[in-house]
Design a protein around this ligand. Sequence first.
Ligand code: GLA
Length: 321
Amino acid sequence: MTLKEKYADYFRIGTSINRWTMKTHGNLISEQFNYLTCENEMKYSRVCSEEGVYCFDAADKIVEFAKSNKMLIHGHTFVWHNQTPQSIFTKYPTREELLACVRHHMELVGKRYRDITDSWDVVNEAIDDKYGGFLRDTKYLQIIGEDYLDCMFRMAKEVLPDQQLFYNDYNESVPEKLDNILKLVCGMKERGVPIDGIGLQSHHNIYTPDIDTIRRSLEAYANTGLRLRITELDVSVFRFEDHSNPGKPSSELMKKQAKYYGQLFKAYREYREVIDSVTLWGVCDHHSWLNYFPVNNRANWPLLFDKEGNPKEAFYAVMDF
Ligand code: GLA
């Protein structure tokens, strides 16, 4: 049985895809998964150059793959401080100009893909990581002002009325960050801003956050009444500050990882009423951003399939219920 079959009554099982994995692991993707996110190809700076020239070739190829496999795509992402042409902030230095520029971007990209996407991350990672802070200090905040998320969601709704609109962030189980994400999205809801859900990136490692912490955060997010998505799941075998490089995974590490994944999916199943999809950030261990971050060129083994695309112990743990 495959992941998507096993979870058919729970939630969609997604993966991020890029123009290489689409070719190297196309079969595995279409067999196991039923939802896609472009790893990079729909990001602002991937479709639009610093000169403001749009090119959709790479994203279009993934859309073709999705169409031929009858899969939908979650759009990622419109407004983010990273991977965005920095020239927009100098070319459009006032609130009105910058908002008009992003509206134009949403119209070009969002409408082009509206048949294949059902939702978009309207804003990614707007909360500050510093304790005691709230919104991250970005050009969007500086130029548009503190209500820039409200503006972006309202605009997205006008441009793409049939898409579900998400706020997406990481470290979403860290208590201070969780409180700030809740403050943000609940404030938006109260002000009548059209937000449908919260994307929990879920870049975890086998030590942290522990499953009780994750369960508590799922409960808190579920209580907002918004839809939830697990948007970028992977489980590193290293603590963030651990820069060791063992070269191959020990069976003890793989067992720990399998246990973690098993418990995690058990918690997700308990929240099936509010979780629409669980998306892994990559298809197999061969291609993961964690092979380059935070240590460049260090093998990590964060996913459910190994380098060859074979199911790992973690896969069987997720399937064991
Ligand atoms: C964030 C972004 C993703 C991706 C990862 C790292 O989580 O939302 O698009 O860039 O970082 O790969």
